[in-house]
Design a protein around this ligand. Structure first.
Ligand code: 1PR
Length: 553
């Protein structure tokens, strides 16, 4: 029947659930949205993706009169799947939002990860799960990893033992999944966990079919592995994987089409007489290719210089819409995220601008130039936050994990650290005049304008303002292929507790293991080597695993 291919979605309007919709549609289902309490009562399969903060979610559900109907549905014995905050809300309460009561279905409280353990918080990225028993939901997962992004978590206890279906390790054990009867929930994002996540969603939507498909796949795998006995599968150590991110710099070319481009030290024009913008492919197709080839995330940076207003930037929004139908790992978009005024004089807040991107399929926005202004204003106020910046406003509404800061620094050598007000490091690569020290100057507008602010100081400021992650480029190393600036990545990752993505300069798989060994980077990003097919993402992953660095294979 047609209704058996329908999922009811409880989207209470606090954030982006487009990727959940896309994943459900990909599995051949139609979606019916909950508008009223009656829609909950008549649902036959309910998916509840939590977005935003705990307190905000409970407030909206209460205002809409949905709390009791939701509890009734959960108690009705019909299939229910909570995702991320949708798992946490099943518990009795959370310390998020200054302490807040939940639905009280699963015993226990949700608490914040302990930042004193030295692990980056939020917990972002691909991690393993350890099931406590067999289930149609998780049996296909095995050693494969799923994608997490959260700062709070529930912990297993004697009181919730019968609920806990799987746990994950991150500075201790937390609840990865709960289940009892038809009620299930997962802390990770199946809709962002690639093929593994789609399989989990199918395990929820069609348990019998999923179990049969996994049995068939297992039988096929064991028969083919016995025939090629010499094939040894790469094996990665367990735990949070170091992420490998593919980045697409997108720009209008001189004909006005959006193309993927790539510069050397931020110069994206060909070296010859024509000086045309380098064209390395179509954004959506390339993003889909990287998803299929195993990228852990995909980032789009819109570097179109003459872009006047993102709200009118329909081509970029269309790129996101189409990419999010084909890419089931996290998507980041950057370029022009800030409060702005369009050509007709209408103003938009940074939250409105970001919202447009989230609605179109972005999971995170990346802020470059505006973050430098914000950090300078923050220091000018005596290192105080006043709620005025895009970083604070977007992270308050969408959560800090949705706010990435892209830094475009350039190395500056100094002979005497006391001669500059910035944090310097003693460098192993002295400057042209034999200078022994350096700092990294923040720039805006794609490196065209330098500011009196160091990358380390910027990182500290944006963390204090509520950023969730740092994308650390390096203009000197961009496109050069000689490796990441290890001293820069080390200095910035030591200065903050949020995850740092190393970027600029990757030329071979060894550069990735190098940056993960030498620094606290949580992820590494590359562009040119992937665009030009010089290095396959899979080979980077295999190299990391062979070097005993956790990677998602
Ligand atoms: O300032 O908020 O509008 O954001 C603009 C964004 O565009 C920033 O994130 C900035 O980094 C980026 N951007 C601006 N101009 C350029 C340019 O190239 N002319 N690209 C640019 C940044 C750098 C990396 C690159 C890595 C890896 N590209 O993203 O992908 O360096 O490259 P590699 O592996 O080939 O070495 P705003």
């Amino acid at each position: 029947s047609s209704s058996s291919k329908e999922v009811t979605l409880l989207d209470y309007g606090a954030g982006n659930v487009r990727s959940v919709r896309n994943a459900i549609k990909k599995l051949g289902y139609t979606i019916r949205d909950v508008e009223t309490a009656a829609d909950l009562a008549s649902a036959s399969k309910l998916v509840f993706p939590g977005v935003g903060s705990y307190g905000q979610a409970m407030t909206i559900l209460t205002k809409k009169g949905l709390v009791e109907p939701l509890k009734d549905y959960i108690h009705s014995g019909k299939p229910f799947l909570g995702i991320c905050l949708g798992l946490q809300l099943l518990f009795e309460g959370s310390e998020e939002s200054g302490g807040c009561e939940g639905l009280g279905i699963v015993p226990g409280a949700v608490t914040q990860f302990d930042t004193r353990l030295g692990l980056p918080v939020p917990h972002i990225g691909w991690n393993n799960i350890a099931p406590t028993r067999a289930s149609s939901l998780l049996d296909g997962v095995g050693d494969k990893r799923v994608y997490y992004v959260h700062s709070y978590r529930a912990t297993p206890s004697a009181a919730n033992k019968e609920w806990v279906l799987a746990t994950t390790q991150y500075g201790g054990e937390f609840v990865a999944s709960v289940n009892k009867g038809q009620v299930s929930a997962v802390q990770f994002h199946p809709e962002k966990s690639g093929a593994t996540g789609l399989d989990i969603l199918q395990g929820f939507l069609e348990p019998e079919a999923a179990v049969a498909a996994r049995k068939a796949a297992a039988a096929h795998a064991s028969s083919s592995s016995s025939s090629s006995s010499s094939a040894t599968a790469a094996h990665s150590p367990r735990g949070l994987a170091k992420r490998v991110i593919a980045c697409l710099d997108v720009r209008s070319n001189d004909q006005g089409d959006l193309v993927v481009t790539k510069g050397d030290q931020y110069d994206v024009r060909e070296k010859g007489d024509t000086r045309e913008v380098r064209n390395l492919g179509k954004p959506v197709d390339l993003a889909a290719r990287y998803f299929e080839e195993g990228a852990d995330e995909v980032a789009f940076l819109n570097i179109t210089g003459f872009r006047d207003c993102v709200m009118e930037d329909t081509p970029m929004l269309e790129v996101l819409r189409r990419a999010s139908e084909r890419v089931f790992v996290p998507l980041t978009v950057g370029g022009g995220i800030k409060a702005l005024t369009d050509s007709s004089g209408r103003t938009f807040s940074a939250v409105e601008v970001a919202a447009e991107y989230f609605r179109s399929g972005a999971d995170k926005v990346s802020i470059g130039s505006d973050a430098v202004d914000a950090a300078q204003a923050y220091y000018a106020r005596g290192a105080k936050a006043d709620g005025s910046t895009a970083i604070e406003q977007i992270s308050a509404v969408y959560g800090k994990q949705a706010v990435v800061i892209s830094i475009d620094p350039r190395r500056v050598y100094v002979a005497d650290p006391a001669s500059v007000p910035h944090a310097t490091v003693k460098t192993s690569r002295p400057g042209p005049q034999g200078e022994q020290y350096c700092w990294w100057q923040c720039t805006v507008k794609g490196g065209r304008e330098g500011r009196e602010l160091g990358a380390v100081e910027l990182a500290r400021a944006v963390e204090a303002l509520g950023a969730g992650e740092i994308l650390l480029n390096c203009i000197d190393n961009d496109g050069v292929g000689k490796g990441f600036d290890l001293e820069l990545v080390d200095a910035v990752s030591k200065a903050v507790t949020i995850p740092v993505i190393a970027s600029s300069g990757a030329g071979c798989p060894e550069h990735f293991s190098q940056v993960f060994r030498a620094t606290g980077a949580a992820a590494a990003l590359a562009a040119g080597i992937f665009h030009r097919r010089e290095v396959a993402i899979e080979d980077v992953k295999k190299h990391l695993a062979a070097e005993n660095i956790p990677a998602r294979l």
